[in-house]
Design a protein around this ligand. Structure first.
Ligand code: CTP
Length: 129
């Protein structure tokens, strides 16, 4: 069984998120998603997510393409998470190209193209305007 792992906040869930997860799952047989905690999102994006960690988990867990979710508390702990979840492949969006190549000794590292012209930030701004 080939196990895939990926990470993200997945706040204000949109089609770019769904496509990334669907393509990630298609690379193997089991998809684990590390979901940023509310605290981590404040640290990395400078704002609290619109939907809480618990709500985002509920949405992701209900997807057919997602097999398992867990809390990502630290951006620096990818290696530990990959090992803990026995992942064969780490999938990241191509905005991270090259950033996780050092994990190639413990898993395959794949960067998938992002869906153009959609993001949580863009959705929030569009609604706000
Ligand atoms: N993603 C994607 N295509 C998009 C937006 C996101 O493939 N248009 C992917 C990211 O590359 C990542 C995952 O979805 O692998 C979760 O991304 P996240 O950062 O939670 O979403 P964004 O919409 O990029 O959020 P923000 O605008 O807050 O940066």
């Amino acid at each position: 069984m080939k196990r895939i792992i990926t990470f993200g906040t997945y706040d204000v869930f949109h089609v770019g998120h769904l496509r990334l997860l669907t393509r990630a799952r298609a690379l193997g047989d089991h998809l684990t998603v590390g979901i940023s905690t509310d605290e981590l999102n404040v640290d990395k994006k400078g704002r609290a997510p619109v939907f809480t960690y618990g709500e985002r988990c509920e949405i992701l867990s209900a997807l057919r393409v997602v097999d398992e979710v867990f809390a990502e508390h630290s951006l620096e702990a990818k290696r530990e998470y990959v090992l803990e979840h026995r992942a064969d492949v780490l999938v990241m969006g191509d905005d991270w190209v090259g950033r996780f190549d050092d994990l190639a000794d413990v898993c395959e590292v794949r960067y998938l193209p992002r869906t153009p012209a959609v993001s949580t930030t863009a959705v929030i701004e569009r609604i706000r305007d």
